[in-house]
Design a binder for this molecule. Structure first.
Ligand code: IPE
Ligand code: IPE
Ligand code: MG
Length: 253
């Protein structure tokens, strides 16, 4: 009984980050091209947006393209670029109407990104910038190592200019130079498709995140699966390096 009361009191995660994986396998299993798997991932994503709003999640970050995904064949890469342009054009008003603020995180200075996509990104961010119900972050051309390298470079420049003392650099300094310094660390990271690795996602930010891995392929994921993953999160006990609180263990410990 006490355990149930404890679970009920666990707050929903404030920030959920998702590695949307398995589109290619979903398509292959149906005799379709991999790109059709990406297209099939769109309704899953928007169902998850609705689910996240219902659950009161404040930040939803989705991995849409990694710094390593450029290694895929040219057709798939160019499909993904066009798909992002198309999705932002078709969906930005809907996201705005839902009260969602859109943000992109990643290396947007990369010359391989089509200029029209950069324009659509700027349009969507501008249109939704005053929304407060939820922030949806698209991790696009994102890599955790590149993000940390970029932060280190920016700090090194300040050190070289005499504006920062090396001995004063701490975790707070580094976090303040990441792509979105105001983004809270993710509480929960979900990866679909059964793979159990980070693939360079939120390396700094996810230091103490809970991970939930589900075998569901991304196009089959929906708000119900999201709620199930959130429930699994709420059954965990986060410790942040501390010891188990003996009072929860009936005096043991
Ligand atoms: C995730 O699905 C989407 C992107 C990486 C853009 P995948 O395309 O990686 O699908 P699988 O892992 O090959 O099944
Ligand atoms: C991670 O998935 C990137 C995205 C979901 C956008 P990948 O499919 O690229 O990762 P690996 O290659 O399986 O590690
Ligand atoms: Mg994959």
């Amino acid at each position: 009984m006490a355990e149930v009361a404890h679970l009920d009191s666990v707050a929903p995660p404030r920030h959920v980050a998702i590695i949307m994986d398995g589109n290619g396998r979903w398509a292959n299993a149906r005799g379709l091209h991999r790109t059709q798997g990406h297209a099939a991932g769109e309704p899953a994503l928007f169902d998850v947006v609705h689910g996240a709003l219902d659950l009161g999640i404040e930040w939803l970050t989705v991995y849409t393209f990694s710094t390593e995904n450029w290694s895929r064949d040219e057709y798939e890469v160019s499909f993904l670029m066009d798909f992002n342009v198309d999705l932002l054009e078709r969906r930005r008003n809907e996201l705005d109407d839902l009260g969602v603020r859109v943000k992109f995180m990643g290396d947007l200075s990369d010359e391989r990104i089509p200029p029209v996509l950069l324009e659509r990104i700027a349009d969507a961010e501008e249109l939704t910038k005053d929304n407060t119900r939820m922030t949806m972050v698209f991790a696009f051309n994102y890599g955790g190592r590149t993000e940390i390298i970029d932060a280190v470079r920016a700090i090194a420049e300040k050190v070289a200019a005499g504006a920062v003392e090396p001995a004063a650099i701490d975790a707070h300094t580094l976090a303040g130079h990441l792509y979105l310094p105001d983004m809270p660390d993710p509480d929960l990271v979900i990866r679909t498709s059964g793979e159990q690795r980070t693939s360079n996602y939120l390396l700094w930010e996810a230091a103490y995140s809970e991970y939930v891995f589900t075998p569901v392929l991304w196009p089959d994921f929906d708000r119900h699966e999201l709620a199930r993953c959130v429930q699994e999160y709420q059954e965990r006990e986060r410790r942040f390096g501390g010891a188990i609180d003996g009072s929860l263990e009936g005096g043991g410990g």
